[in-house]
Write a protein that binds this ligand. Structure first.
Ligand code: PLP
Length: 480
């Protein structure tokens, strides 16, 4: 077999030369980005490192092809190769997740959620109001019919997890389109344990009678019982949509099975492909066949032409995720999160919910006397890349926050194990203990500025470099 490292090194070195011949600053920035990613402890829970095969698949002429429509039914001529790409990606997605139907066109997670919402509306709004208008489904309605329908039904209702409990903007947050196209209410977590309280969600659902219940999260460090969420949805005749954007890799790798696997329990499941799933940036929708026709209307309802080069890369990433090695990777993600959590707890740090059983931990930095913003900045100075995040009922709001979210998928890809993650926790605690809040120009306490004790950033960078050098990113990839 060819030496893949040598081929990759040669391919990227030549590609950068070609790019530099047109715009050298972009070639330089591309080299610099690789160097930066190699030299920092990437703990952003939503990021990863896609394989060279996935990355290379995105840089082809499929980028040049328009293919609005669906497989075999396009609004443009000459789409036979895009049909192949989309079919292969969808087949891998169906097989990997055990879903009857997969739609691989969404350009991102937000797009996937919008497609899902519209398909649920199209599928569900088959009320007597529709019959009165002489239509079988919403796609047959004229503009005047829509007016009448809106007047009769009002907005539909959506119940999703609140942002500060770990939900996502697209789960009905007011400033997001999902909070405007639906009447929304939000469920939170238990104020004492920080855990999801299913009985409280059920009580809210009984009272609110939503059309859609959204489960899934961006910053909740625990597993969810999707069978229980489905029971709640069924009781109030709601459609259960699960957004597994963050933990799709753990579902693909069979870490989340049974009640924790959303796909058999949700009516519609959405995901991104670039977080723990380790594919290209993009989204997907999985569902039962009964939703297929409505989901297929994602373009033109919400999406433009599909990104064929990204669909091709999704196919490659999904093929990778079907390998046994991906299941080992997924297990290691979860084991590493345990080790990171224990590393914090044993050093006296406070975690939301007291720990984790997925791929992320939410560190409450108020115990260090810091805001999330101060902690995030001090850690970045020391070469540790994280993102600040609200904690439940956060007194510092969504901008400054009181938390820092840390995830294990990216460094697990580099080969970090439990011992390395314990060391990462140690380094982070050292940096935060050495950071003090700054003051504003007026002399009052600042929520943004901070002072990191002399020498700590340099010492942490050197210690991180030891870990990173032992686990190189894209080992064998040498740019000429
Ligand atoms: N859904 C969840 C749960 C997410 O965490 C995110 C991204 O952060 C998204 C959707 C949106 O994904 P994208 O940034 O690809 O639109």
């Amino acid at each position: 077999m060819a030496d893949l490292n040598a081929l990759t090194s040669s391919a990227y070195s030549h590609a950068l030369e070609v790019i530099a011949s047109v715009e050298p600053r972009i070639a330089e920035a591309t080299r610099a980005e690789l160097a930066d990613q190699r030299a920092s402890l990437k703990l952003i829970a939503s990021e990863n490192y896609a394989s060279p095969a996935v990355l290379m698949t995105m840089g082809t002429w499929f980028s040049d092809k328009y293919a609005e429509g669906t497989i075999g039914h396009r609004f443009y001529a000459g789409c036979q190769n895009v049909d192949t790409v989309e079919s292969v990606a969808a087949e891998h997605a169906r097989e990997l997740f055990g879903a009857p139907y997969a739609y691989v066109q969404p350009h991102s997670g937000i797009d996937a959620n919008l497609v899902a919402y519209w398909s649920i509306l199209a599928h569900r709004v088959e009320s007597p109001a529709l019959e009165k208008l002489g239509a079988k489904n919403v796609n047959e309605l004229t503009d005047a019919d829509w007016e009448e329908l809106r007047a009769e039904l009002g907005n539909q209702r959506l119940l999703g997890m609140s942002l500060d409990a770990g939900g996502h903007l697209t789960h009905g947050f007011r400033p997001n389109i999902s909070g405007k196209m639906f009447h929304q209410q939000q469920y939170g977590t238990d104020p004492v344990t920080g855990l999801l309280d299913y009985d409280a969600v059920a009580a809210k659902a009984r009272e609110f009678r939503p059309l859609v219940i959204v489960a899934g999260y961006s910053a909740y460090p625990r597993r969810v019982n999707f069978a229980r969420m489905r029971e709640i949805a069924d009781e109030v005749d709601a459609t259960l949509m699960v957004d597994m954007a963050h933990f799709a890799g753990l579902v693909a790798g069979k870490v989340f099975t049974g009640e924790e696997d959303p796909v058999p329990h949700a009516h519609v499941t959405t995901t991104t492909t670039h977080k723990s799933l380790r594919g290209p940036r993009g989204g997907m929708v999985l569902a039962g066949e009964e939703f297929a026709a409505d989901i297929d209307r994602g373009c033109p309802m919400v999406l433009g032409g599909p990104l064929s080069h990204v669909m091709a890369a999704k196919a490659v990433a999904l093929a990778e995720a079907r390998q046994p090695s991906f299941a080992s990777y997924a297990r290691q993600i979860a084991d590493n999160a345990q080790s990171l959590a224990e590393g914090f707890l044993s050093r006296g740090a406070r975690l939301v919910t007291g720990g984790t059983d997925n791929h992320l931990v939410l560190l409450d930095v108020s115990s260090f006397g810091l805001t999330g913003r101060q902690a995030e900045s001090a850690l970045l100075d020391a070469g540790v890349v994280t993102n600040r995040n609200s904690v439940p009922a956060d007194p510092n709001g969504a901008w400054y926050t009181s938390g820092v979210r840390l995830g294990t998928p990216a460094l697990t890809t580099r080969g970090f194990g439990a011992a390395e993650f314990d060391r990462v926790a140690e380094l982070i605690v050292e940096v935060l203990r050495a950071t003090t809040p700054g003051t504003t120009k007026a002399g009052t306490a600042s929520k943004a500025s901070y002072v990191l004790a002399d020498g700590v950033a340099e010492r942490t960078r050197a210690a991180a470099a030891e870990l990173l050098d032992a686990h190189p990113l894209y080992p064998g990839l040498e740019l000429a």
